[in-house]
Write a protein that binds this ligand. Structure first.
Ligand code: ADP
Length: 506
């Protein structure tokens, strides 16, 4: 075996710091990756850097083609509660209230204090003796920290940046417990915009019964698991909910189906909401290559089955507190790696018709349940979102779960095999055109799509159609030919909104 062959068979290398969730490291090791060793490895000799804090601009600028970062610059525009509120308010002004009426009325403090006071007293007058409910949340904190729920303005206290929001006081209750959904969304690029939604997720429960007469009981009103796992009722078997404070999303949708709820419609509404939210900030995001961002969307469903966006989380928690966490989050991390690392290879394989047996994509184009993506002019998208809305199979123990249309590639051997197969092709091409650089300390350099015009590349080409799914991640944007076009060569938000409106009006 020559040096080049040895290089391409080397495991991929991940870089972490003390903030990286443990599950990320353990999944990567399980997949056969090596951990970056600063002492003994070249400073550029890594493929994925995953950490909680954002990266410095220099790190984005100096990124090498074989490297990936788990954050994109500028994404906190979406994840700070005040920035999110401002972006969504801007979109409401541009495209109309009705399109963006999925967030509760929000005031950014202290800027909107006077507006809030006026609204508060107006509502008080309209409601007469009935109370109105509000929630005040620090703009930058998470985990329910610093939150106050109030109906009397005299109880409002804030210091620094806060948002005050209409409190949704008619949440859908399971048993008699409030819950919200944690939806995982991975944006693999902002220019062109490419959004994937994870089909599994978490439902997080409050651990005390919902009770509007006691606004100070956080175990009844907040669904954060960091709070509820400390509650006295956490371990108790609660009506319908059972032990703990989490369900999988598939269990929740199955529960809804038992109540004759159209869960597909609910999923579609959530898809639209996610796209509209990401669109609100996408134009302001700087161009950066080789980055992806995992967002955690917190969505509350009210008793009219209307989903409300509460917030978008940066670094959604990947701690494993219970068996539900383990099953959802471990697969999530596996699928993220699939999505960001194997997408390019897989799409190249598809293009060249060399699908390996384990990679076959099952077309659902014949299914008749797709309303979300029915662009007749775009066969390649026809099966795409149908997958989002139609796949359900009997999972373990009869629980419906999200179907894996594509078997997982979790084994190192498979990963290396795919990479080395593609790399060998590239190596051949590179050898033909020019003398090879010494690659000992940059084993993936030859996989650079920029350097080699070969049939393979880790990243999909800029103009190529993104893969429709990876594991349980399903592409939700672009969703047809028109949106694909409108997201290239500058993001045409107006055009995209028109397409979305068509879809939503169907
Ligand atoms: P944090 O970042 O601190 O988790 P969130 O906005 O997610 O802040 O709010 C924490 C919890 O408070 C949510 O999970 C939800 O249970 C509840 N909550 C937040 N906003 C509202 C709202 N407008 N109406 C009803 N409940 C809310």
């Amino acid at each position: 075996m020559n040096e080049a062959q040895e290089d391409v068979l080397k495991p991929l290398v991940f870089r972490v710091d003390e903030s990286t969730p443990r599950v990320v490291q353990s999944v990567l090791l399980e997949r056969g990756w090596d951990k970056f060793d600063e002492q003994h490895q070249d400073v550029e000799d890594w493929n994925l850097y995953w950490r909680s804090s954002s990266f410095r601009m220099a790190e984005y600028v100096n990124i090498k083609p074989w490297q990936r970062l788990n954050h994109h610059p500028g994404t906190t525009n979406l994840t700070r509660k005040d920035c999110l509120a401002k972006h969504l308010a801007h979109m409401r002004r541009l495209y109309g209230e009705s399109l963006y009426e999925f967030t509760p009325l929000t005031f950014v403090m202290p800027k909107d204090y006077t507006k809030f006071v006026a609204k508060y007293f107006k509502e008080k007058q309209d409601l007469g003796t009935k109370p109105s409910y509000w929630i005040c949340k620090p703009a930058e904190l998470s985990g329910g920290r610093g939150i106050i729920i109030f109906s009397d303005i005299r109880d409002l206290m804030f210091k620094g940046s806060y948002v005050v929001q209409k409190y949704i006081c008619n949440p859908l209750l399971v048993g008699r417990y409030k819950c919200d959904l944690r939806i995982y969304v991975c944006v693999t690029g902002f220019k062109p915009l490419t959004i994937y939604m994870y089909q599994e997720g978490l439902v997080r429960f409050a651990t005390e019964k919902f009770d509007l007469s006691n606004l100070e009981d956080y175990y009844s009103h907040l669904t954060n698991s960091s709070i509820n796992k400390l509650g006295v009722s956490y371990q108790k078997i609660k009506e319908v909910v059972g032990h703990g404070c989490k369900w999988t999303l598939s269990r929740f949708f199955s529960y809804l189906r038992n109540w004759d709820v159209d869960d597909l419609l609910l999923r579609q509404k959530i898809n639209h909401m996610v796209i509209l939210t990401v669109l609100a900030m996408a134009p302001s995001v700087p161009v950066a290559n080789n980055c992806f961002e995992l967002f955690g969307f917190d969505i509350l469903i009210d008793d009219n089955l209307k989903p409300w966006l509460l917030e978008v989380n940066y670094n959604p928690a990947l701690t494993l507190d219970c068996s539900t966490d383990v099953s959802v989050k471990r697969s999530l991390v596996h699928d993220i790696i699939e999505l960001v690392y194997l997408n390019g290879l897989r799409s190249e394989e598809k293009k060249s018709g060399r699908m390996s047996p384990g990679n076959s994509v099952v077309s659902l184009a014949s299914s008749n349940q797709s309303e979300l993506c029915t662009a007749p002019d775009s066969p390649s998208y026809a099966s795409l979102i149908q997958f989002t809305t139609t796949t359900r199979t009997a999972g373990s123990k009869g629980n419906p779960s999200v179907q894996h249309l594509c078997p997982k590639h979790t084994r190192t051997s498979q990963l290396r095999e795919m990479i080395s197969r593609q790399s060998r092709l590239l190596a051949k091409e590179a050898a033909k055109s020019k003398p090879r650089h010494k690659a000992r300390h940059s084993p993936r350099k030859m996989l650079s799509p920029h350097k080699a015009k070969g049939p393979a590349g880790i990243l999909p080409e800029a103009g190529s159609t993104p893969n429709d799914h990876a594991g349980n991640f399903v592409l939700i944007f672009p969703f047809n030919k028109a949106t694909f076009g409108a997201s290239r060569n500058g993001l045409n938000v107006k055009r995209i909104i028109q397409e979305l409106q068509k879809l939503m009006n169907k």
